[in-house]
Design a protein around this ligand. Sequence first.
Ligand code: NDP
Length: 388
Amino acid sequence: MAKKNLVILGSTGSIGRNAVWIAHHLGEELHVCGVAAARNIQGLADQARELRCEWAAAADPVGLRDLRRLLPANCRAVAGEAGLIEMVTAPAVDIVLCAIVGTAGLKPVLAAIRAGKTIALASKEILVMAGEQVMAEAARHHARILPVDSEHSAIFQCLEGRPRDSVRRIILTASGGPFRNTPAEALAGITSAEALAHPTWNMGPKVTLDSATMMNKGLELIEARWLFGYPAAQLEVLIHPQSIVHSLVEFVDGGLLAQLGVPDMRLPIQYALTWPARRPLPLEPLDLARLRTLEFSAPDQNRFPALRLARNAMDAGGTLAAVLNAANEVAVSRFMTGAIRFPEITALVGRVMERHDNQPHPTLEAILAADAWARRVAAELAVEGVRG
Ligand code: NDP
């Protein structure tokens, strides 16, 4: 079997480290030829050396200087967006796994798509921000986008080989996060340490916090809308605290298909990297008899307004989803530093969205401008106080 060359963007993060584990596990099948990170330059250099990478990319010139000092001579160091683009478009690259938190991977992913690479996509923010453009480019260049997010991987597996018009609803499951049963009046007192303790998944800080506000599920609704091409009206969210049923598809005859598994990202990551093949994976088997109970309930949109905000962005289209995403990034970082309280995260996002002059069918430049505008307005509103 020919070895596939993989680039991992965000290799030092939670998804990135799991992907490195998969690469070791798959052995001869996969070669990690490039890695990229931002702050953890020592960890990045260690990965590059251990994996015998041809490329390593830092986020900025300072990181590049340190990286050059740490890398072996046969590994090329690059930096910034241009460096990522150079690395992902290199002729030898087959698959690009984008697992950079936020949207810094957008232009490198677009460049990789135009170069005909397969994209394994974890960075949901990219599709939230520019889903229409990314999917159009992928169609134009016959580049495949394979989902890594566990819910989207589940939906992808349930949809495989099914006619488009046989689908009635796509149902994304959500654990509900650590505050699923917290009364509305107690939400204001939540600390960042409490918000960073997810009950079922072990993930990076931004996605963990987004899970606590349920913005993660809002972003995933928008991600699903672009990945699978079904309208918002056919997409639903179901609370499932055990995170065993990763998502479901309901067909027109009322039958449902679901994908189940232990909550471990190595399964969807591996599936994206080996698709359409399935390879053995030494995870703890799912013991349904021991688990006994799987619970489901409808989400409470009054306590967690993020789902409503995401639906508004989907219905409006245009630049509004990019605004939601950018404002959310700012709000999350302000909550982490203690500048705003937990319920103010979504309140701030809502206020930025209300002020936005939405542009239908935007160009990439218009999306980037809306993103920058939303970051500036969110930062101003966070200083003023979002309740004011
Ligand atoms: P982490 O915070 O754990 O890791 C983020 C990674 O991105 C790090 O390697 C970081 O480098 C790197 N990075 C940040 N900025 C840049 C940049 N400008 N250039 C290059 N690299 C950069 O995040 P996660 O792994 O949790 O999440 C990554 C993405 O995957 C997110 O979009 C998230 O929503 C999605 N996702 C995550 C899941 C999970 O289980 N963790 C599940 C499903 C989706 P450094 O460490 O050096 O700062």
